[in-house]
Design a protein around this ligand. Structure first.
Ligand SMILES: Cc1cc2nc3c(=O)[nH]c(=O)nc-3n(C[C@H](O)[C@H](O)[C@H](O)COP(=O)(O)OP(=O)(O)OC[C@H]3O[C@@H](n4cnc5c(N)ncnc54)[C@H](O)[C@@H]3O)c2cc1C
Length: 454
């Protein structure tokens, strides 16, 4: 019978990072992934990580000619008709997902973690009291059992461990459905006219962007939407009708989805933790999840490593503090953004134009704060200036009163949900009352998907 400190289910970005950090701190770790090694991290090709995140999370650098694809320094964010660009800084590194995931796999192994590919989690093993003590997995047609003090679900959107648990286990077992996902379509293109060059732009009204790809003469035209790929295509047509793009040909498409919902209120229970996409940890402003999950995992490690070192059990009670620390570190701000963004998408294309033109909502200050996962703090003078701009918009007929009301309501909801998350209970006994209140506030917030018509 093989025993580990931690079994990690899923060997992609979240699973590899968590395994590495545990192993380099002396924990024994087994990672299992249902995919063969040559398929891990192949769900799409190019992904972005902020350059500063390599130092922040001590990540290994990609190599030119291998997993490294490109770097860029900043983008410009444009209005619904392609005007009034706002500078959005943020040096970014583009990498090939499969090759970089393999690099993270090796990085975890170098620290002592064991990785088994083509090893599919099938179910948890429980003791006589109903607590997780290990997992069963299938590999090469045979069934195996392994035991551990903690099972980490890093299996992405299917959340295979979390969704397999009994309802009464202490974590929500919901499946992530289409209204809770952000669908992404990437067009890998080349320009027809060789004089046309890549521009680093995005158009939040359509949730579209133009970004580099590995071919320096090409670009990626990306779009994201709630509900379905069909919605992406419908909005992409509106985008192409409103914003003049250089002539291009599509070389190929990539499609994928990312969670767009609140995480389970508690992400831990007895010998269990949900991480990364399995816990719906993505940035609400863009759906990116790789480094958002690293913030979550660093907080988890602060709680888990001392427990492992002291030999105390990794039960729900001892792991509980992780929830609170996570919401303080990032989760409360993400909840705020998620609520505020419902209001930000309430405007028409013409209203969006007015907001851009007058630095309302879509200002450089906002872009920076949202990109960092938060909400900007405005000075009283800035608030007064914005109030004047909104008033002028309404009186001139450029902004509907209903749009302004929706935006103000969203900001108020954001502040409410953020403050509630910051009061996540220290004592699990107070959890039920906290969840009831959170449910009530989220209901008032509504969902981004409610604003979308198919
Ligand atoms: C088109 C697109 C572009 C994106 N771009 C970016 C970006 O630029 N930057 C960014 O930060 N984020 C981006 N994201 C989001 C990001 O891809 C995800 O947040 C991130 O990959 C999630 O990583 P993860 O390790 O949690 O899950 P996953 O990458 O989904 O990995 C889960 C792993 O679990 C394994 N698994 C599943 N079931 C089982 C089982 N039964 N047994 C064993 N193993 C199992 C899978 O094989 C897989 O390897 C993008 C998403 C999409 C769709």
């Amino acid at each position: 019978m093989k025993n580990y400190d931690v079994i990690v289910v899923g060997a992609a970005t979240a699973g590899s990072y968590f395994a590495r950090k545990l192993a380099e701190n002396g924990a024994s770790v087994l990672v299992i992934d249902s995919q063969p090694e040559e398929k891990v991290g192949t769900k799409y090709d190019i992904f972005h990580v902020g350059r500063g995140d390599f130092d922040k999370f001590s990540l290994p650098w990609p190599e030119k000619g291998k997993d490294y694809a490109f770097e860029f320094e900043s983008t410009n964010v444009c209005s619904a008709f392609g005007n009034h660009p706002k500078f959005s800084p943020g040096p970014v590194v583009g990498m090939h997902m499969h090759d970089y995931t393999l690099r993270l796999n090796r990085w975890a192994k170098d620290a002592g973690a064991e990785i088994k590919y083509e090893a599919k989690f099938t179910e948890c093993i429980f003791d006589e009291k109903g607590k997780i003590v290990g997992v069963k997995y299938k590999k090469g047609g045979r069934n195996y059992e392994v035991y551990a003090k903690l099972v980490a679900d890093c299996s992405g959107i299917p959340a295979v461990v979390r969704t397999s648990l009994p309802e009464s286990y202490g974590v929500e077992t919901f499946k992530i459905d289409p209204t809770d996902m952000f669908y992404v379509v990437l067009r890998y293109i080349h320009f027809k006219n060789p004089e046309d060059k890549l521009e680093l732009l995005s158009w939040p009204f359509y949730k579209t962007w133009e970004a580099p790809q590995h071919n320096p003469d090409g670009a990626i035209f990306g779009i994201g939407a709630n509900l379905s790929y069909d919605v992406c295509e419908k909005v992409y047509k509106e985008f192409e009708a409103a914003v003049k793009l250089p002539e291009y040909e599509v070389d190929y498409f990539e499609r994928g989805f990312t969670p767009y919902r609140r995480p389970p209120y508690s992400m831990v229970s007895d010998s269990f933790i949900a991480l990364g996409d399995a816990a719906c940890i993505t940035k609400p402003s863009c759906g990116e999840g790789v480094t958002a999950a690293m913030v979550q995992m660093d907080v988890a490690l602060e709680v888990i490593l001392p427990l492992l070192k002291s030999g105390r059990p990794l039960n729900r009670f001892n792991l509980w503090l992780f929830n609170k620390k996570y919401y303080e570190a990032q989760g409360a701000d993400f909840a705020n953004q998620m609520a505020v963004l419902v209001g930000a998408v309430a405007s028409s294309a013409e209203e969006n134009e007015y907001l851009f033109e007058n630095d309302l909502i879509f200002s450089t200050k906002n872009m920076i704060a949202m990109g960092e996962g938060g909400i900007p703090n405005f000075t009283p003078a800035e608030i007064a200036e914005m109030a004047k701009g909104f008033l002028k918009g309404v009186t001139s007929g450029k902004l509907r009163m209903s749009t302004l009301t929706a935006m103000l309501k969203a900001v108020a909801n954001g502040a409410k949900i953020c403050s509630h998350y910051k009061k996540f209970p220290v004592n699990p006994a107070d959890y039920k009352a906290w969840c009831d209140k959170a449910d009530e506030i989220w209901k008032q917030c509504g969902k981004m998907a409610d604003m979308v018509s198919e």
